[in-house]
Design a protein around this ligand. Structure first.
Ligand code: URA
Length: 232
């Protein structure tokens, strides 16, 4: 009798867990579809963003806006500045020389690029790769905010000083902003609408192309990042 009861308890436990896992998987699929739908809406709005000072140039040059790419359920999001030539020609973020440095840094910490989400503040290419202008950050920034609230990353790694300033100010860390040479690789914790968020400012990968010593600093900062993502 006792062994029969034990078998019933074991079978019930297996069935209960099977149903729980199936339910979680089902919710996950629904959530993924919802996220993808909302991200697609952002894409459509940016494609038709005629108010952007960069819109006409994009249409004239027959290039693409660069919305973002990667895991819609990523724990970590990388935010660069604006697309360069290769990115505008393909519509993919960080696919040129700076992207190769980013790939190398991700490989250094065994973090597959398909697990992270990569985007920029400004979604269209500024002419001649100049720095983004305040009015460009103003018009594209709200799209980045929406991407963050859809993906809900636990960590945002900013690439370069423009995204460092934008993201830190946007998420209540404006007073902690300093020169990137002082705060790169530091972890800044903040509270956002969906929970805790850690922001880690990093040098822009392109700087490693001109200053090799920066590559070593970036590698050390990525090690911090790798540890953080594995804890989350
Ligand atoms: N630099 C950036 O900031 N973003 C890109 O996508 C490529 C280069």
């Amino acid at each position: 009798m006792e062994s029969k009861n034990k078998t019933i308890r074991n079978v019930s436990w297996i069935v209960f867990n099977y149903l729980r896992i199936s339910r979680d998987k089902y919710y996950h699929i629904i959530m993924d579809e919802e996220r993808t739908g909302k991200l697609r809406e952002i894409k459509d709005e940016i494609v038709n963003l005629k108010d952007s000072p960069l819109y006409e140039e994009r249409v004239r040059d027959r290039v693409f806006p660069v919305i973002g790419e990667g895991n819609h359920d990523a724990k970590i999001m990388f935010v660069g500045e604006a697309p360069g030539k290769n990115e505008a020609e393909t519509g993919r973020p960080f696919c040129g020389a700076a992207g190769r440095v980013l790939d190398e840094l991700l490989a250094h910490i065994n973090l597959p690029r398909k697990e992270v989400y990569v985007t920029n503040i400004v979604k269209d290419r500024p002419p001649e790769n100049r720095d983004p202008l305040p009015e460009e950050i103003l018009i594209y920034g709200p799209f980045l905010d929406r991407q963050v609230s859809i993906i809900q990353p636990k960590v945002i790694a900013t690439l370069g000083r423009f995204s460092m300033k934008y993201i830190m100010e946007r998420y209540g860390l404006g007073l902690a902003v300093q020169s990137i040479s002082k705060i790169h690789g530091h972890k800044f914790e903040t509270e956002v609408s969906y929970g805790k968020l850690v922001i880690v400012p990093l040098y822009h990968p392109a700087t490693a192309l001109y200053t090799p010593s920066i590559k070593e600093e970036l590698k050390r900062d990525f090690e911090v990042l790798g540890k953080l993502v594995r804890e989350k």
